[in-house]
Design a protein around this ligand. Structure first.
Ligand code: C5P
Length: 415
């Protein structure tokens, strides 16, 4: 679970659209991540989903009425003020055209907009409405107004709407709102203003139009690193080969397939990269030719001649000899089966990295396609640390904390 949500107080404003049922999932995910979720529903929302549903999911009272009192910390105070002053994040999902208008006009004629008026923190809005309502100049003007105040939007997506028509106006999926909630909460964290570029996944080198040479990498580690960087406030770019896990929201995704494409994308981003983390399993060899037509079965053996691919981190390391600040920090991975330490230290030196994360891929709980990793960290200054068995998320968070510390950001005060 992302630690950024742990103990956070979140107001989830739910207004009256059919997408309300998806907000139940959002409330559930936020609650499971240890956030304290206070749901406020407009009257129209209660026609779609009963308040008791949210109440059961969040284990918290659900507010629907401006004139109800709210008891918190033992003192009776007006509900909207208590909630608004204590919250770290205000999410509105779904936000109907009506609710957007209320928020943009600063109205306080019902509890959701009234609470928003007395709230000063970050706000994330997931609109949901029929296509023409979304495109209406009034709605667009309200969105513009809210954006100019620093309100974040996620969606709407295009797709099938409740009316049966297709178009813009669908609320994005709860998982995506969840990801953006982490991003918004992470803003102002220790990696604020730092651009972190991460490579992930296993590259695919084409043999013919239907076949490729690949490896067992799922991209789990790289995706976890991207989330961890984002949640510490970094501007995060994920250059990724095909992944078997969902890519993170709130980061810039650069999809590629081959080692050469990954190399070119990394080089293109290099002038603006502060921290480069190479967690991709990059093919070391590729077929000299990718056949234009599918290779047919023939009797006997087939030979595919291979050539070397570019070593991305090595190329970056060479450039750093002339310009050590681009990037300021390079972190690599060594997935090894034998002579673990010797191999890792050799790579650290050869590729001119600052830190290398070694994992023994023959250990059953470490490496490809599992959720855990047991790693050893080697740093250029001779520092070595053996970390215990952790989830890939925990390893990623610890690596990014280490990155922040190396950049002198460990005592960074959140703005
Ligand atoms: O040399 P080896 O492939 O074991 O090095 C592993 C590290 O180098 C990883 O961080 C990996 O992402 C990176 N690498 C690379 N380009 C390659 C091969 C590996 O950037 N062609």
């Amino acid at each position: 679970m992302p630690p950024i949500l742990n103990g956070k107080r979140i107001i989830l404003g739910v207004s009256g659209g059919i997408a309300c049922y998806k907000s139940v999932m959002l409330a559930s995910r936020l609650t499971q991540a240890n956030a304290q979720v206070d749901v406020i529903m407009t009257e129209a929302a209660t026609k779609f989903v009963a308040p008791v549903t949210f109440q059961a999911i969040t284990q918290r009272a659900v507010s629907t009425d401006t004139f109800e009192s709210w008891t918190d910390t033992g003192r009776l105070r007006s509900g909207h003020i208590t909630l608004a002053h204590a919250a770290d994040l205000f999410i509105v999902a779904p936000a109907t055209a009506q609710t957007l208008a209320r928020l943009a006009l600063g109205m306080g004629d019902e509890l959701l907009s009234l609470t928003a008026l007395s709230y000063k923190g970050p706000m994330l809005i997931a609109p949901a409405m029929e296509t023409n309502m979304w495109g209406h100049p009034a709605t667009q003007q309200h969105v513009e107004t809210l954006r100019s105040w620093g309100v974040d939007f996620v969606g709407p997506a295009s797709g099938r709407l409740a009316s049966g028509e297709h178009g813009a106006g669908r609320m994005v999926e709860p998982d995506e709102i969840f990801e953006h909630a982490c991003r918004v909460l992470g803003r102002g964290g220790p990696l604020t203003g730092v651009r972190v570029v991460i490579t992930a996944g296993g590259t695919r080198e084409p043999i013919d139009p239907v076949r490729f040479m690949g490896n067992h990498s799922t991209g789990k580690m790289g995706v976890a690193l991207a989330r961890a960087a984002r949640d510490l406030g970094a501007e995060t770019v994920l250059i990724h080969a095909p992944l078997s896990v969902t890519p993170p929201g709130g980061v810039t995704l650069v999809p590629i397939r081959t080692a050469q494409q990954m190399h070119d994308a990394v080089m293109e981003h290099l002038p603006t990269t502060d921290v480069l983390i190479g967690s991709a399993a990059v093919a070391d060899y590729r077929p000299i030719h990718s056949e234009e037509k599918k290779i047919k079965k023939l009797p006997g053996q087939q030979t595919i001649i291979l050539e070397r691919t570019p070593d991305i981190l090595k190329a970056v390391g060479e450039r750093r000899h002339d310009d050590p600040l681009h990037p300021r920090l390079v972190v690599g991975f060594a997935a090894e089966t034998d002579d673990l330490e010797e191999n890792a230290l050799g790579k650290l030196e050869r590729k001119n990295m600052d830190m290398i994360v070694l994992n023994d891929v023959t250990a059953p709980d470490s490496g490809f396609a599992v959720d855990t990793n047991r790693v050893i960290i080697f740093e250029r200054d001779g520092n070595r640390e053996d970390w215990p068995l952790m989830s890939k998320e925990e390893v990623a968070q610890a690596i990014l904390q280490r990155v922040a510390a190396r950049l002198g950001r460990q005592n960074w005060a959140r703005r």
